[in-house]
Design a binder for this molecule. Structure first.
Ligand code: ADP
Ligand code: MG
Length: 478
């Protein structure tokens, strides 16, 4: 039997406001426990929440970025449950009337095609605190710094059909929230995490299968792994005649398994109701227009422009626009050196390799866009080429200065003086009469040998095109 996978994601993204969603306490990450929780976050009696206007603007901005309907009158609701890191006994969220309605994003698949994934809704809510288990023995610590941190929960339609599609979707949403600067998207710090709903069904069947929800996954790699494991588990169950139960499962990266947290029967009844402490959120057309003015060029539009303006392949343009920082870096290099293809090759090739190896973001690259552009100019004006350029790049990476200074101090300037190259070639040919004979006897592969000798003699500084050309003439001439 052939099986089809069905996936829907619920992504929680932390909004990058300085203060919390309903209080003036700071949201900065990494502070001493309980130093950033005020009376509102602690849920003390008698306090009232006050909505942070900035989170509303951020939610609208996201809605516009995914072509969604913005709800004119959305409502905050109380989601009731008991947990030590939730002192109020309820989380303020949105339920029936979320601020962002139906929207959509386009994802690119491995085979080069693209697919539209529906977004069901996106709603505002507050985060809970954190339970600390590690530093305490026989006790649990509670840190309420995170309580009240603004979140936007983005719920997708069950439109994805593989783990790879789910990752592509998650990456796209990540890219968008960072482009529009509503979230830093920092996954290590938990600012961007997702729950993956996964089910399988016999291929061709219309009805969805029973789903499991994989909770709180905070890396792209883990999402892919967790979904793949879960799909395998469900298919195994169904193929051995069993039934999948609807439940919440936890992905354990260390053991590479998912395991049950709670079944549907144990699921809580949250007793949602409108929060009487908060007014409905009214958004006018004028509000929406104001936010629209602040929208930057979005990833899809930028990608299309890169293909158009710089004649890049769609794949390369996709890589270079995946993050806003990278796209800005690339365009700065192009502006500086005037050659888009060359810039693209170096940004994705050498620079990308160095960044990967040292696990750095483009923002922390020791080689600035201006420096790289400076070096590329020296490639286009034939001062340096391929192998030497890599040497210059490495020196720039190590902080030895800009390209011109390095070329100067290391004497890396390419030899383009044809007289000098000619006499070198004469010398090499004179020293290797046997090889010259062979070449002239029809063994054209020998050309590579001569080029190699000349490159060796010049430390790689001869212009390869020129060497080839003069060599061929000389070899013909004799
Ligand atoms: P809940 O209220 O239990 O969170 P929702 O209906 O809001 O459930 O759906 C949550 C997520 O689960 C959505 O992203 C949705 O697309 C996805 N989903 C719903 N049904 C299925 C299914 N059968 N298989 C996979 N994903 C599903
Ligand atoms: Mg849910």
């Amino acid at each position: 039997m052939e099986w089809e996978t069905v996936i829907g994601l619920e992504i929680h993204t932390q909004l990058a406001t300085r203060s919390k969603i309903f209080s003036g306490a700071a949201t900065a990450y990494g502070a001493e426990p309980n130093t950033q929780a005020c009376a509102v976050d602690l849920g003390l009696p008698g306090v009232l929440p006050v909505l942070n206007g900035e989170v509303v603007r951020m939610a609208i901005k996201f809605g516009l970025a995914i072509d969604a309907e913005i709800t004119p009158l959305s409502v905050f609701a109380r989601k009731n449950y008991f947990y030590p890191d939730l002192p109020k006994g309820y989380q303020i969220s949105q339920f029936e009337l979320p601020i962002v309605g139906k929207g959509q994003v386009t994802i690119e698949l491995a085979d080069g095609s693209s697919k539209v994934v529906g977004v069901t809704r996106a709603h505002l809510e507050e985060d809970a605190g954190k339970s600390l288990h590690e530093d305490f023995h026989g006790m649990t610590g509670i840190d309420l710094n995170r309580a009240g941190t603004p979140l936007l929960e983005i719920v997708s339609e069950p439109d994805m059909r593989s783990a790879q599609e789910a990752v592509a979707y998650m990456r796209k949403i990540h890219s968008i929230v960072r482009y529009i600067e509503i979230s830093d998207g920092n996954m290590q710090e938990g600012s961007f995490r997702c729950d993956a709903n996964v089910s399988v069904r016999p291929k061709g069947q219309k009805e969805f299968g029973t789903r499991a929800e994989l909770k709180n996954i905070n890396s792209f790699r883990f999402v892919e792994k967790a979904i793949e494991l879960e799909v395998e588990r469900q298919i195994d169950i169904l193929e051995s005649g069993g039934t999948v139960v609807q439940e919440t499962r936890l992905y354990d990266a260390n053991r590479n398994e998912t395991r049950s947290m709670r079944s549907k029967e144990e699921a809580m009844d949250y007793r949602y109701f409108p929060d009487p402490d908060l007014l409905p959120v009214q958004v006018t057309d004028e509000d929406i227009e104001k936010v629209r003015q602040t929208l930057p060029e979005l990833p899809d539009a930028k990608k299309a422009r890169f293909v158009e303006d710089y004649s890049l392949s769609s794949e390369d343009a996709g890589i270079l626009t995946a993050s806003r920082e990278l796209s800005i870096y690339f365009e700065t290099v192009v502006e500086g050196c005037g050659e888009a293809k060359l810039a693209a090759n170096w940004v994705m090739g050498e620079l990308g390799g160095y960044l990967n190896r040292e696990n750095l973001d483009i923002g922390n690259s020791p080689v600035s866009a201006e420096m790289l552009a400076g070096m590329l100019k020296r490639i286009s004006d034939n001062t340096i080429y391929g192998k030497i350029a890599k040497e210059v790049f490495e020196a720039m990476w190590k902080g030895e200065g800009d390209a011109d200074a390095i070329i100067d101090s290391k004497g890396l300037k390419q030899i383009t003086d044809s007289g000098a190259i000619e006499s070198l070639i004469d010398e090499v040919l004179a020293n290797n009469p046997k090889q010259v004979e062979e070449y002239r006897g029809g063994k054209e592969k020998m050309l590579g040998f001569f080029v190699g000798q000349i490159m060796k003699a010049t430390g790689g500084k001869a212009n390869p095109g020129q060497v080839n050309q003069i060599l061929k003439e000389k070899l013909k001439g004799g």
